[in-house]
Design a protein around this ligand. Sequence first.
Ligand code: NAD
Ligand code: 6OD
Length: 488
Amino acid sequence: MSIRVIKNFINGEFTAGESGKTYDVRTPVDNSIIAEVHEAGQAEVDAAVLAARDAMVGPWGSMTVDQRSALLNKVADRIDERFEEFLEAECLDTGKPRSLASHIDIPRGAANFRMFADVIKNTPTESFRLDTPDGTGAVNIGHRGPKGVIAVISPWNLPLLLMTWKVGPALACGNTVVVKPSEETPLTTTLLGEVMNECGVPAGVYNVVHGFGPDSAGAFLTAHPDVDAITFTGETRTGEIITQSAAIGLRDVSMECGGKNAGIVFADCDMDKALEGTMRSVFVNCGQVCLGTERMYVERSIFDEFVRRLAELAADLTLGAPDNPDANMGPLISKEHQEKVLSYYKLAAEEGATVVLGGGVPDMGSELADGAWVEPTIWTGLDDNARVIREEIFGPCCHIRPFDTEQEVIALTNDNDYGLATAIWTENSGRAIRVAEKIDVGIAWVNSWFLRDLRTAFGGAKQSGMGREGGVHSLEFYTELKNICIKL
Ligand code: NAD
Ligand code: 6OD
């Protein structure tokens, strides 16, 4: 396979830049090199931010909402037309099964543009009539304008989906963006540059700089004084560093960070539904979904049956390369991440876990032997203070613990630094709402998982994030709300 050359996308043009630095990207399927990426240095980041700043006052700045909205719909249509190319690029970078990326990653990449093109057209602003002592009164009108240049820092687990989840609303609101995709997954973000040009999005509105975090494009971009706001998805620790950087100049941040999500299964659940949902929440995308479940709490009377049936289903997962039509699980993102996940597999044994399933590296045959493969893994028997139960692993694994009362499971679920998502399985709707209201998370699913309505608030409590995006909540972040007071 030929090695792709990936350049930065600045002011509508692909450029290697002047840094002279390149790095290789490897596919986690077999660790072979798939791309050579030109890393952006300070000069390229400066150029991208300047292009984005200038574009705010060019033709982009004078477009009507209708025109902008039509352009974003065109971008979505073009992603659909080039679906196969996006799919191939995403699978190459991540190793995920084509069946997964074709149902989730790529369609959502297009949907994120369509959705926010609609939201911006259909969301009203407030208006108040004020009485004044002279009797003539005044009218207040809320006006939403763009914030300016938005830095978008995105991770590797759902590269196109999570990047467009931020670029879609940012552009719908009239901002310009400089995107720094994960160093692991630069392909689809770069391909989107071609789409922007094909659709006639003015130069400088969408820019991409490649590189790493510290001392590289990520740090240069988030520290740049001409960036007006930063939207980030990634690890909590990285979010903390970026928030410190954003404090200089009081720039707004939106933080979507890590999780250690609990799944709660009550004895009155529909067991088949709970098993099907838990299979997805633990193992889909090889467990690399921020909303995924790594702690299961199952009511004692059904504990043994649930553990046995989940293990049977997980043992049936087929690991394989993206183009293997039978595969429903791919590798982890990299050898480095494989090492991290395997270190938790080892730690689980040291902490006294009973290994119900997996716990090691599968035999994938000689061709895939150097890939970042790990076995789907299930544990029981750990102490509530075990690190495996408290820390985010981000792999295809979970611990299952029995519980006896509603009160107990609420306390267990909340006893964690993170607060992103939970999935509650019960056929008792009163209990479902009661429990959901008491769990400290941003997103609580009942009898489902990762069922997304893009109009709803999305974000994390506690160390899982700061702020909400989705629907009108994205408008809160990506616009500056101005009050215009008119004395009559
Ligand atoms: P990461 O924090 O390592 O990297 C995310 C991005 O930040 C990358 O583009 C990286 O290059 C950049 N970065 C790293 N250090 C930086 C710095 N000092 N300054 C500027 N940029 C920097 O995260 P990851 O490993 O790519 O992704 C996995 C993590 O993301 C997990 O913790 C997962 O839970 C989280 N995540 C959260 C959500 C959510 O919506 N809450 C969604 C997906 C992933
Ligand atoms: O569906 C979304 O909008 C979203 N932000 C999903 C995040 C998944 C985390 O890995």
